[in-house]
Design a protein around this ligand. Structure first.
Ligand code: ZN
Length: 144
């Protein structure tokens, strides 16, 4: 059975990122400034270029994907939890190019905002901390 905890909705933080900002760092620093330790994130908009990662399950390491072109953020979904005592945003994005082709993956620093509207749902009542998972070698939630 899945391992889980419960949390309560605390508040919504709705806003837009600055043009030229790093998308992941912008959202992460906002969570830190607003004291969001647990939550979910969604966003849409456009980026000037993107840096994504794909986790190679056999090699147990991320491979980077660089997209040096304007792209639409058709979907960004993510969560907020703690790692080493600080909020960390884990987000995946789907981006569309000028022909409508989709690219997607794990969002990493280096994705530069053209325009982006976001909604962060802050939660309380549970604290989730990330630590190294031995099986996957990923920094997953410690819930055991
Ligand atoms: Zn990921």
């Amino acid at each position: 059975m899945a391992v889980f905890t419960e949390a309560r909705h605390a508040r919504y933080i709705i806003g837009k990122c600055r043009k030229g900002a790093d998308l992941l760092e912008e959202i992460t620093s906002l969570c830190a400034a607003e004291g969001v330790k647990l939550g979910r994130v969604e966003a849409l908009g456009a980026v000037q270029k993107a840096r994504l990662a794909f986790y190679d399950q056999a090699a147990r390491q991320y491979r980077s994907l660089e997209l040096d072109e304007p792209l639409e953020i058709t979907s960004l979904v993510g969560n907020v939890s703690l790692k080493d005592g600080h909020p960390i945003v884990h987000a995946h994005v789907t981006l569309a190019d000028a022909e409508g082709r989709a690219h997607g993956g794990h969002l990493v620093p280096g994705t530069i905002v053209f325009a982006c509207e976001f909604c962060i749902q802050a939660m309380e009542g549970a604290e989730l901390t990330r630590g190294l998972d031995e099986q996957s070698h990923l920094p997953l939630w410690k819930m055991d």
